[in-house]
Design a protein around this ligand. Structure first.
Ligand code: ATP
Length: 259
């Protein structure tokens, strides 16, 4: 189910503005890949280009290639809606649908994708996704209650359950813990570790310790200078990058000397 991603020479634009330039990388299946780097260097932009969310912004486009298990993501024959189903996204702030119950929140993606399900299939899918997101035991007795009634950390796990309920191949996470307290953060990090046995996970994080704790590979993005596009400075095994980075700018960033 999990898929690898190969990016070659990707340029990402907002209208005429080149935000990210020349990114090439291989993201292995069933592993966690973290993107780090100072604010504005294009981590979120690059992440959104991996499931074609970028082009939702008027005038936004990419040049270059993104291959998912050998299939070109930007091929004209590919349906962007199908791409976003296969490559799910979890955002910075938990965003359960405010008027929906926990149960309906989990199934929201399936319903949007118009998959007709029997009641027992729907019950099974809800339980599977909530177990997968490590939330089942906390909510199994109140599935009909509003998703907004959960704590921030539970809401974020609910959003992860919603993302995995459609059985994606890849999960993109844009700073999924930045709005959470340390205990909820730790629960999400444990969950990320568990999820990588089934999914390819790509996470943007400002927290270097988090990148070091959860990821197998890390990509460091930076700007060459103010006003220049962001680019990928270094990409390596996380252990290697944090113990012996090849690039001086990476070393300065991870040791806290800038950013
Ligand atoms: N919707 C948009 N329209 C125009 N420019 C944008 C848009 N979103 C982002 N940008 C620009 O693209 C560049 C990269 O932004 P992006 O948010 O991807 O960086 P980031 O590394 O994720 O930053 P942060 O760590 O602060 O979230 C910035 O110059 C930003 O101003």
């Amino acid at each position: 189910m999990a898929k690898s991603i190969d990016v070659s020479d990707l340029d990402i634009y907002y209208g005429d503005f080149l935000a990210v330039q020349g990114v090439s990388m291989h993201i292995p299946a069933k592993s966690v890949t973290a993107f780090i780097g100072p604010s504005g260097c294009g981590k979120s932009t690059f992440l959104r280009s991996l499931n074609r969310m970028h082009e939702v912004i008027p005038g936004a486009r990419v040049e270059g290639k993104v291959m998912v298990d050998g299939q070109s993501l930007y091929d004209p024959s590919v349906d962007p809606v199908a791409v976003r189903r296969q490559i799910g996204m979890v955002f910075q702030r938990p965003n359960p649908f405010p008027t929906m119950s926990i149960y309906d929140n989990v199934l929201a993606g399936n319903r949007l994708n118009a998959r007709k399900m029997s009641k027992s299939d729907a019950d099974d899918a809800v339980e599977r996704a909530l177990r997968g997101a490590n939330l089942w035991n906390e909510v199994k007795d109140r599935l009909g209650k509003p998703g907004m009634g959960l704590s921030g950390g539970q809401q974020q796990r609910l959003c992860i359950a919603r993302a995995i309920a459609v059985q994606p191949q890849v999960l993109l996470m844009d700073e999924p813990c930045s709005a959470l307290d340390p205990i909820s953060t730790s629960a999400i990090e444990d969950l990320i570790f568990d999820l990588k046995s089934d999914y390819t996970i790509v996470i943007v994080t400002h927290n270097m310790q988090q990148a070091a704790r959860v990821s197998d590979q890390t990509g460091f993005f930076n700007l060459k200078a103010t006003g220049e596009p962001g680019h990928l400075v270094e990409y390596d095994e996380t252990k290697q990058m944090f113990s012996n980075p090849a690039n001086e700018a990476t070393e300065a960033y991870i040791s806290g000397r800038f950013g």
